[in-house]
Design a binder for this molecule. Structure first.
Ligand SMILES: NC(=O)c1ccc[n+]([C@@H]2O[C@H](COP(=O)([O-])OP(=O)(O)OC[C@H]3O[C@@H](n4cnc5c(N)ncnc54)[C@H](OP(=O)(O)O)[C@@H]3O)[C@@H](O)[C@H]2O)c1
Length: 217
């Protein structure tokens, strides 16, 4: 078991889509659910997205909860080659809280020059290794991480068996099979190989539903 507990947070349509085919995802859930997401961020030591999400949404990833957390969670980007734009809202907001670019070994001076940290987290199949990100979190004193997507990064953490809990916000809309799946390919060859999750809570939040699951070991 990792020293860092990992929560996967996803906001989807009823049919499990996180975005339209063109990548548009704002906003699938309503304002109450989004406020809850900010509370969840505030309750974690770090939040993490893939560079695909940074390029699509230019998110700030701060916890804008009431009350604000005394310290912002460290904002981490899985970004093997340092494609995070130096002019992104993330990199431009390092005065508000730490931003770490978790690379597959490159140093990305164009990002450190702007105040972001660059973590060399090793390479696995050409990409940043999720387990090494958790190791670095532990070294930094971070004990809880919330993975916020997108689908490729969610799949990587799931495939590596690193997710302990899922917070799944479901909005009462249908996007259809041309939308982006919440979880990227897991390459299962048998249903028996699927990870199992136990529902531990269900809550209506505005028009949306939040389902919480823990991993069945
Ligand atoms: N509704 C929601 O909850 C939600 C949340 C987040 C995002 N989204 C949507 O999801 C879409 C983006 O999702 P996405 O799946 O295309 O991208 P993503 O998961 O955000 O980022 C994927 C990229 O991260 C980098 N990466 C580095 N290490 C990785 C690893 N070990 N595993 C996987 N990726 C790694 C890769 O780029 P490099 O090879 O260059 O490193 C990869 O292409 C956007 O449309 C966004 O709006 C929705």
């Amino acid at each position: 078991m990792s020293a860092v507990s990992v929560t996967l947070k996803i906001a989807t349509s009823l049919d499990g889509r996180i975005a339209l085919e063109d990548g548009t995802s704002q906003w699938i859930t309503g304002s109450d659910a989004r406020a809850r997401s900010h509370q969840l961020r505030a309750a974690h030591g770090a939040v993490l997205v893939g560079v695909g999400t940074v390029l699509a949404d230019d998110p700030l990833l701060t916890a804008r909860s009431v009350p604000l957390p005394p310290i912002q969670p460290v904002r981490i980007v899985m970004d093997s080659a340092g494609r995070t734009p130096p002019e992104s809202r993330l990199v431009r907001s390092t005065a508000v809280g730490r931003v770490a670019i978790a690379t597959a070994g490159i140093t990305a001076p164009w990002l450190t020059a702007e105040g972001a940290e660059v973590w060399n987290c090793g390479e696995q199949d050409g990409q940043t290794e999720p387990g090494r990100v958790l190791e670095r979190c532990a070294v930094e004193g971070i004990s809880s991480l919330m993975v916020e997507g997108g689908g490729k990064v969610a799949a990587s953490f799931l495939k590596a068996g690193l997710v302990d809990r899922i917070e799944w916000f479901r909005a009462p809309i249908l996007i259809g099979g041309d939308g982006l799946a919440a979880i990227g390919p897991l390459q299962l060859s048998a249903i028996a190989g699927a990870t199992r999750w136990q529902a531990v809570a269900t809550e209506r939040i505005g028009d949306d539903v939040l389902e919480s699951y823990v991993r069945v070991k």
